[in-house]
Design a protein around this ligand. Structure first.
Ligand code: ADP
Length: 222
């Protein structure tokens, strides 16, 4: 019951913030003497807050379907490094903008039999966090290795890192350790990531220390 109450209050809080933004800018848009630039800026803010709401609602629905075992993995063999390269391409402009160096070491021929779409969500969450928490001129490394019957994907950054106390909670729903980036996420990314990896019978590990960056490893059976 306590967990349920926490969840409801977290969801309500996360919904209220973008809703308040939408309400405020909608009110401002009703003023008579606005310049074209102000009008554009206010509508842009409404658009951004709506997108945040939409991502939040999709994440909550997906999380609930994962927790209630409503999702059956659709397994098929696919090339792991091709899948990761496709995801990395989505971050090209974000990496350029922050002048982040990307190092990749990918075993090109590694085929795994798993749910490619669900895993795309895992790579996207880990990569977007790496980009978000790495400062300008930083470095991100993506490694894929085969060890015995296991494929390991390791995404390492040299960003702000996570302290020992917070690291125990990062897979909890709505948990955010770093307050300075709180508005750029909702603390559901790693909760979803962990549940997807569990569903696919894999493992996820994190190594991190404050100021020393973070390293996330996902292990999957080949
Ligand atoms: P968010 O939407 O805030 O990114 P996540 O569930 O993806 O939520 O991550 C939870 C928290 O874990 C983040 O708010 C951040 O404090 C911490 N975290 C995740 N990835 C990293 C990383 N690569 N470097 C530093 N901190 C991270």
């Amino acid at each position: 019951e306590m967990l349920k109450n926490d969840f409801v209050s977290n969801v309500s809080h996360e919904l209220k913030t973008p809703l308040a933004v939408i309400q405020n800018y909608a009110t401002l848009l009703q003023s008579d003497n606005l310049s074209d630039e102000e009008r554009r800026q206010y509508s842009r803010r409404i658009g951004e807050a709506s997108s945040r709401l939409s991502v939040l609602v999709s994440n909550i629905l997906l999380l609930s379907r994962l927790e209630n075992q409503k999702i059956m993995p659709a397994r098929h063999p696919f090339n792991l490094s091709e899948a990761l390269c496709r995801c990395i391409l989505n971050y090209e402009s974000a990496l350029d903008e922050k002048d982040i160096e990307l190092i990749t070491e990918l075993d090109q021929d590694l085929i795994v039999s798993s749910d490619e779409n669900l895993l795309d969500m895992v790579w996207n969450n880990l990569l977007s966090n790496a980009v978000k928490f790495t400062p300008e001129h930083g470095r991100i490394e993506v490694l894929i290795k085969k060890e015995g019957g296991t494929a390991a994907v390791k995404i390492t950054d040299n960003g702000c890192g996570i302290d020992g106390k917070s690291v125990r909670h990062i897979f909890d729903k709505f948990y955010q350790a770093d307050a300075s980036h709180a508005t750029q996420g909702n603390g559901l990314g790693l909760a979803l990531t962990k549940r997807i990896v569990d569903l696919l019978e894999g493992d996820i590990f994190v190594e991190s220390a404050p100021g020393k960056g973070a390293s996330f490893t996902v292990e999957l059976k080949v």
